[in-house]
Design a protein around this ligand. Structure first.
Ligand code: ADP
Length: 262
């Protein structure tokens, strides 16, 4: 579909022929539609917890005013709603930062193995507390890549947190790193985050990295997801000139593959 805008005053009548000029504004239209959708989504996502907060404030002022038990329960729910808003604003700021840096190539060279190990170390206790398993299979040698260390940590934190979050009880999440993957044409490292959880219906896979896209809306909200995690991951990987591939099927777990040039 192409959107054209009539350019007034440029047309000419010449010996019976009429020249009318149009400007192709397809890309601009598409970009502004995306901006409008994004603002509508953000407003909706913020309004939901805000409406809940306002409802509870009203109840605390009225019916639950002298009921200490109800007050404690409501305050706990309000705290949850406020932290949902806080997470959303945090993710929006991250997305904004990552997007604005997308064209700036990372200059630092980091040892990816060290960053994967430290990510596993910080998420290990969270995994184990839910009876889940988190393992790393990486070479003993450093794997050097040009990268922004904080952003690389964010990529793997988001992917592992998702695997733990959606994998359910007793899920096993394995992280593997392969230096100079021989299957690739250019020197690149391949990292995979593999879980044996319930997996994702393949119909959702092409849209999974879109902002606010959720394969299971109810479950994502229940687990505190903002719907922005994979959009952030995708932008960071783009900045590193890498690639993200998702393979999954219902009942078969999910595999997120990240390719990063060396
Ligand atoms: P959210 O904040 O909702 O987790 P993400 O952008 O991180 O948002 O992920 C988008 C959606 O992809 C999630 O809502 C979830 O439905 C699905 N998803 C991501 N990772 C997994 C996984 N490992 N297993 C099952 N579903 C997943």
């Amino acid at each position: 579909e192409v959107t054209l805008r009539y350019v007034p005053g440029v047309g000419a009548v010449n010996g019976g022929a009429v020249l009318i000029c149009f400007d192709d504004i397809t890309d601009r239209e598409h970009a502004s539609q995306m901006r409008r959708d994004f603002v509508a989504n953000v407003s909706h996502e913020l309004r939901t917890p805000l409406t809940a907060l306002m409802g509870f404030i009203e109840t605390l002022r009225g019916a639950a005013r002298d009921d200490a038990n109800a007050r404690d329960r409501f305050l706990e729910i309000m705290e949850g709603e406020a932290s949902r808003m806080n997470r959303l604003v945090g993710d929006l700021l991250s997305l904004n930062r990552v997007e604005s840096e997308e064209r700036v190539r990372p200059k630092e060279r980091i040892d990816l193995v060290a960053y994967l190990s430290s990510t596993i170390k910080s998420l290990g206790p969270i995994a184990e507390s839910g009876g889940r398993n988190l393992t790393l299979d990486a070479p003993d040698m450093p794997i050097e890549i040009p990268a922004d260390p904080d952003q690389i940590q964010q990529v793997f934190t988001n992917l592992i947190e998702n695997a733990l979050k959606y994998g359910g009880e007793n899920v096993t999440v394995s992280l593997t790193a392969l230096d100079r993957d021989p299957a690739l044409r250019c020197p690149a490292v391949r990292v995979q985050v593999i879980d044996d959880g319930p997996g994702i219906d393949p119909v959702h896979l092409p849209r999974l990295t879109e902002r606010f896209y959720r394969a299971d809306n109810h479950r994502s909200r229940e687990l505190g997801g903002t719907g922005l995690g994979l959009a952030i991951v995708k932008h960071i990987i783009n900045r590193h000139r890498g690639r993200l591939r998702v393979e999954s099927d219902l009942g078969k777990g999910a595999t997120f593959t990240v390719i990063l040039p060396q």
